[in-house]
Design a protein. Structure first.
Length: 248
């Protein structure tokens, strides 16, 4: 695993954006697996800036997002489709028909999830999968459990995730209890994984994912089995890994 140790959130964001822009430059018609949340927001800002400066174009890029809350419409301001539109898609030249985010309102989740996986397979999997990580080690919404789930699936969010995401909603009761998430098959099928983390509250999850046992109790630990993972993290998120004596 290649680890970029960055000073702070801004430096992490810039580095992550450079890696994504590099992927697009290298392969303008690449498929990107995209993520939502506070972690990638800064990287998306850099990409929007660079697009406006003519340094990168999303004209031929395909995108597939990791997850979406069950029950939220695309225009709900906490839906992940809304997040992607407002943080990236509305500001760059990606074609709307080339962007995919799971449908939180699907009437037939089973068929939807199977179709989502079939689409990702039809791409030959994504060229680059961007990931944040939850404090509990989740990637996408693959929550800690007793086994890794391979397929895109409906997941019951853990209390810890509901707590972490309550800050975005009017009240904790408004946080959806379920999400549709890509499974580990699609994530591990990516040719390259770009894992990003910032802040001390991610230090434990990063330490366990990078140097702990590979276990579904820490979903991020599965990345130790992937051949091409780049971790971009700031000092705070790396602090426990550093304290554990891992060279970064
Ligand atoms: P965050 O979420 O980027 O908002 O911290 C990451 C995650 O929970 O996967």
């Amino acid at each position: 695993m290649k680890i970029y140790r960055e000073k702070d959130y801004d430096a992490m964001s810039r580095r992550a954006a450079q890696i994504i822009a590099g992927e697009i430059t290298h392969n303008p018609a690449c498929a990107l697996g995209l993520a939502t949340g506070s972690t990638p927001e800064g990287a998306y800002k850099y990409l929007v800036d660079w697009y406006k400066q003519g340094l990168v174009s999303f004209r031929d890029v395909l995108s597939v997002n990791l997850d979406e809350y069950v029950g939220l419409a695309p225009d709900h301001d906490q839906s992940y489709r809304y997040f992607m539109q407002s943080n990236l898609f509305d500001h760059v030249d990606i074609l709307p028909e080339n962007t995919r985010v799971p449908d939180g309102l699907t009437k037939d989740p089973e068929a939807f999830c199977a179709e989502y996986d079939a689409y990702i397979r039809s791409l030959g999997y994504v060229n680059l999968q961007l990931l944040g990580i939850g404090r509990n080690g989740h990637i996408g919404f693959n929550e800690p459990g007793d086994h890794f789930v391979k397929e895109t699936h409906v997941v019951d969010l853990t209390e810890s995730t509901i707590d972490a995401n309550a800050r975005f909603f009017a009240s904790r009761d408004d946080v959806p209890r379920q999400a549709i998430s890509m499974g580990m098959g699609a994530i591990m099928g990516a040719k390259k994984v770009l894992l990003c983390a910032s802040g001390e509250d991610k230090a434990d999850a990063i330490c366990r994912s990078v140097s702990g046992p590979i276990t579904p109790e820490c979903p991020g630990s599965i990345l130790q089995l992937h051949k091409n993972v780049v971790l971009v993290a700031d000092e705070a998120a790396l602090s426990k890994l550093i304290a554990a004596g891992v060279e970064v």
